[in-house]
Design a protein around this ligand. Sequence first.
Ligand code: MG
Ligand code: MG
Length: 636
Amino acid sequence: MRRSIATVSLSGTLRQKLEAVAAAGFDGVELFEPDFTHFPGMAAALGRMAADLGLTIDLFQPFRDFEAMPPGLFARSLDRAERKFDLMQAMGAPLMLCCSNTSPLSVDEPDLAAEQLHALAERAARRGLRVGFEALAWGRHTSRYGQAWDIVRRADHPALGLILDSFHTLSLQDDPAGIAEIPGDKIFFLQMADAPLLSMDVLQWARHHRVFPGQGDFDVVGFYEQVLLAGYSGPLSLEIFNDMFRETPNRRTAVDAMRSLQYLESQVRPRLAARAAAARPDPRAAAVLAVRELAEPPAAPEFAGVAFIEFAADEATAPQLDAQLHQLGFRRAGRHRSKAATLYRQGDIALIVNAEPASFARSRFELHGPSVCALGLRTAQPQAAQDRAIALRSQRHRSPLGPGELEVPAIVSPGGNLMHFVDERLGPDGLFAADFLPEVDDAAPVDAGLRRVDHVALGLSLEQYDTWTLFTRAVLGLSLAESLELADPFGLVRSRAAADRTRSVRLVLNASLSSRTLTARTVGRRGDGGVHHIAFASDDIFASVAQLRAQGVDFLPISPNYYDDLPTRFDIEPALLARMREAGVLFDRSADGDFLHIYTRAADEGLFFEVVQRIDFYDGYGAANSPARMAAQAQA
Ligand code: MG
Ligand code: MG
């Protein structure tokens, strides 16, 4: 499988882009011509630089506004093409992308378009080059792949083929099912892009909001399947125009890019296998599986809850955190055998406060109060979970082990925190029994009825949001809810939840579109961001809140106006409303059930906690109350 990426998809100078792409394991690039126009060397030097990095230049793009033009303009365009062919030969690029004409001077005559493209292909062929024709979604007369294919077929030249781009087809909601009927050898190149579903001008959508497969909402797997069934055997490439990717460090983007292609391949494989094994087997699917090396990472793990959350602390912050956790009803339950780490328990929840200098250094930011440095997820397949992550470009992490301590497979998650995969068969206490010496906590508080970790919310920089979307979906196999935009008094916060099938692991990704929100300010202090709040589940939130208040927990005050407004939005029993008002508990309702929740006040705008109670099958996170929370935080 040859994998390629357009140079427009990454930040940096052209050399830096090629270095990042090569380091991520790509085979080639699509050269976006403006990158070359500003390159300080000649075309041949670029070709040598790419070759030296182990990369081929698979495609030269874009060649615009060519076909179906009046004769005078056509002659000028042929001259223009010859200059581009000179460059392509010098840099070693075998294929030119010619995108459908957007010029108001072009005419709606497919036969003329075919005739002129034939002439272009003939010029290319004389130099051993080829031309691919791509329908732009906003092309003047050719906007769909079916129209482009019709013109290519009429042109009937061996050096002219079709270029497919998932964005143009899926953004127009065109049916990709016809792609499989196109002869595979007439498809010269395949560009994949995903995108969020947006209601906006398609050109603006295409130029600013494309994302890697797995980061958006398009059925990119279904599209790719059709291209493979056609018998296409060229590179699988990415062409992503995205404002954020233009800023993101390009090594990170290149890793996401490779992960997205491997994920795409791994998702299409079972679909092809099902076609090949159907009662009436599809021989095309069997042929693809026989010849194409599609990525096949180990299956995504099944999770069984959050095993532990680990905080990084130092000598100053560890006692503060100890006091805070005691207030929240956690008791000290163990001391690590070989590290300066303390275990806290309540219900099924395990929190570890790690005061090792190494863990503190790993958190990489100056601590303003506690910060989470690692997350342990319980699964029956810890090794497969780690193997899958590594196959999808995550880094393995090995912690130093003392005698008798268990090795827990771990990886580095985006942004640098650790993620451990804890063997479910160890039971709720097995890991801690091995690694911690039991401790009797003389200052143990009364249990506040916090039972489980309900969700862990991350505050991320905007550039990490898409990275985490792909990481949770591809590496962890979580499914993603719709991306929402929530109103903080100082700007919008984008938010998206990722959860496993049984809802035992729930992560909420948040990124601020404004630099002035609380989310943005906390992310700014922590580099790429990190855990923003942790929600614990209670089976009786009112009893938990009463106990926690008695232990001195400071909850975020909610405006009385919120409680006056609630009964205008929901049909709520007056007694329940009065209890919520008195306790400061927030309320949400969906078709599946009700949600009660409350937030602690964060010290120094740092990490805060949430207590939640899900009633029936409520599956959300109280997003409707986020403005209430963020306004209260701003006013607190
Ligand atoms: Mg394209
Ligand atoms: Mg929450």
